[in-house]
Design a binder for this molecule. Structure first.
Ligand code: CP3
Length: 357
């Protein structure tokens, strides 16, 4: 196949067309954390790698697990296997993944002085293994399947950098933000620069869309959300307009349903929604300014097929007719889900959504 034909296939896939709100034959679907522990083949590759971080740092293995869910299910996009915490790790915080604890930093941020010593990350240098994984995966993916590149939002990364671990009550980071306001903004700015460069590098390496995971934006008050989280995501969107021209950006703030108008104003192409909002209400609020991604409750995959079908039908009906919807869960899939439920969901979205296009 010629390179031009390959590009044409990719640019006209359902996922990228839906992001641009161009007509599609059915609603595209992919699943947050689609490569992960609910898949036995993922657990086998992770065992072979030895641990999670070696899996992330070995491009051939990262490629292998990225492709696994696509071999099983008719998904419309792949997401590069990695983690949002590779950026703080590259800044020298020393990431460790501890069994049953989750991510832990050996050197968390505990003082303003420490923040001013942190340098921004050069992706080509410090995160070349991720870019290599993107290139390897792009070469091995079917031509019609787009690859999503992602990063954490500056605020969400800062939460982990200050708290030092994932199971937390956020008391350290909220105190740090209040007592060291200037240092916190310095940290967020360094992270926004690093995330912008990192996402642009992923786009150059072969990512067709970019997603920012703002997992902890939803713990903030509205003014804090605007100044600590949204402002820096807006900066990233702005930077990418020149450094990754024409590559759509999806912003996902978990718990951000009340702020969708503000999020749309950043100029992002799509907004990820968690399961607490009604997607039809959000569509009516925003008109056709952005595409919407979501938003089935991840726990729904524990229900019967009939109930999954019902809830899927409800979301599709609520969004209504026309393009601009990318089906997904409202947050990552959990490790205890039966892969057969994912197969059922993917089939149901295909079957039920044709009616709306
Ligand atoms: O979506 C995908 O398939 C791509 C892979 C991906 C991972 N992490 C792999 C992973 C993505 C997109 C992420 C993003 C990520 N990582 C987020 C943002 C999205 C979200 O879920 O809110 C966050 C907050 C993290 C940080 C992180 N990484 C935590 C809190 C944990 C531990 C919790 C858990 O699920 O175990 C991780 C580890 C992690 N990242 C795993 C995977 C598959 C599990 C590690 C393992 O294999 O044991």
């Amino acid at each position: 196949m010629t390179a031009r034909r390959e590009m044409h296939l990719l640019e006209n896939c359902r996922f990228l067309r839906a992001l641009r709100r161009q007509p599609v034959d059915q609603t595209p679907i992919w699943i947050m954390r689609q490569a992960g522990r609910y898949l036995p083949e993922y657990r086998a590759t992770r065992k072979r790698a030895g641990d999670f971080l070696t899996l992330c740092r070995t491009p051939e293995l990262a490629c292998e697990v990225t492709l696994q869910p696509l071999e099983r299910f008719a998904l419309d996009a792949a997401i590069i296997f990695s983690d949002i915490l590779v950026i703080p790790d590259a800044m020298g915080l020393g990431l460790k993944m501890e069994e049953s604890v989750g991510p832990v930093f050996e050197n968390p941020v505990s003082s303003a002085r420490q923040v001013y010593k942190l340098g921004s990350v050069d992706p080509e240098d410090d995160l070349s293994y991720v870019l290599e994984a993107v290139r390897t995966t792009r070469r091995n993916l079917p031509h019609s399947i787009p690859l999503i590149g992602f990063a954490g939002s500056p605020w969400t990364l800062a939460v982990y950098m200050v708290e030092g671990r994932s199971k937390t009550d956020f008391s350290k980071v909220t105190a740090f933000a209040r007592q060291n306001t200037a240092a916190m903004h310095h940290l967020l700015k360094v992270l926004a620069d690093s995330v912008s460069d990192y996402l642009a590098a992923k786009a150059s390496a072969g990512a067709s869309a970019l997603m920012v995971f703002d997992t902890w934006g939803g713990i903030l008050s509205t003014p804090e959300y605007e100044s600590l989280s949204l402002a820096y995501m807006a900066e990233i969107v702005e930077n990418l307009k020149t450094s990754a021209k024409d590559v759509p950006v999806i912003l996902f703030t978990k718990g951000g349903g009340a702020w969708v108008e503000r999020i749309a104003q950043t100029g992002c192409q799509a907004i990820g929604l968690d399961w607490t909002v009604d997607i039809g209400d959000i569509r009516r609020k925003l008109g056709d300014r952005v595409a919407l991604q979501g938003n089935l409750d991840p726990d729904s995959l524990k229900l019967s097929n009939d109930e999954i079908e019902q809830q899927t039908a409800d979301i599709l009906r609520s969004y209504g007719t026309g393009s601009g919807h990318i089906f997904n869960l409202g947050h990552g899939i959990k490790p205890d889900i039966d892969p057969a439920k994912v197969a059922f969901l993917v089939d149901a979205v295909g079957r039920l959504s044709k009616h709306y296009h």
